[in-house]
Design a protein around this ligand. Structure first.
Ligand code: ADE
Length: 224
């Protein structure tokens, strides 16, 4: 998979791909991540990429021309399966969306800033708009990292067996059951004896019923 990310602050997104699992995924060649500084496509000498909104109002708008030029150039180099604008107005990111995106070849992520991007960029190029939740960030960069992380970890070969994505919360619409490691007792709190029993079918049964209990308690909407 290849992920291209357009932003005025690409440096904000470097470290997530330079540590741990994502770094290994990049090193193994399972994913390529390319950042593009939007100001490189600005026209004036001040490298301006934002301007005041027509009709007035607070905040600046990211201009159509630099974004259109940048996206058009990238599109001339390869076919993107999706061109995704990160925005609080988008559909909420879910495990299902991450699963769907993880089987694509080329993704282009567009990070907004200020009040957002000129509507004509959305009309011309954007195929999908994704929000990472009902709150507003200072820009789309952290959202792009969250989206990329959720997708990359699903690529074959990125996680090993123990980390397998198949047992994640949400893969079966259930939250995860409680988990423990050594010691057996800490500050009077004991590991449930079933987990020490060695009886795998009973352990699986317990895990499933705990997952159901926690899901009913916290996220009954997932069970509908
Ligand atoms: N940009 C600003 N806030 C955002 C959010 N919640 N999700 C995606 N992109 C954003």
């Amino acid at each position: 998979m290849r992920i291209d990310i357009i932003s005025v602050l690409p440096e904000l997104m470097e470290s997530p791909f330079q540590a741990s699992i994502l770094r290994r995924a990049v090193q193994k060649g399972l994913v390529e991540v390319h950042f593009h500084q939007l100001r490189d496509w600005s026209v004036g000498k001040h490298r301006q990429v934002d301007d005041e909104p027509y009709g007035g109002g607070a905040g600046m708008v990211m201009m159509v021309e630099p974004l259109d030029k940048c996206i058009t150039e990238l599109k001339s180099q390869r076919n993107y399966d999706e061109i995704i604008y990160l925005t609080p107005d988008g559909i909420t990111l879910s495990q299902k969306i991450a699963n769907t995106l993880s089987i694509k070849e080329n993704l282009l992520l567009v990070c907004g800033h200020y009040k957002g991007i000129d509507q004509r960029v959305r009309d011309l190029h954007i195929t999908m708009e994704i929000s990472i939740g009902d709150f507003v960030l200072t820009g789309g960069e952290l959202a792009a990292c969250v989206l990329a992380d959720s997708v990359i970890r699903l690529l074959p070969g990125v996680l090993n067996d123990e980390q397998s994505a198949l047992t994640d919360s949400f893969q079966d619409n259930l939250l995860s059951p409680p988990i423990y490691t050594r010691p057996e007792e800490y500050k009077g709190l004991k590991v449930p004896s079933i987990l020490l029993s060695g009886n795998t079918p009973k352990i699986e049964e317990w895990r499933h019923s705990e997952a159901l209990r926690i899901t009913e308690e916290r996220r009954p909407d997932l069970l509908d």
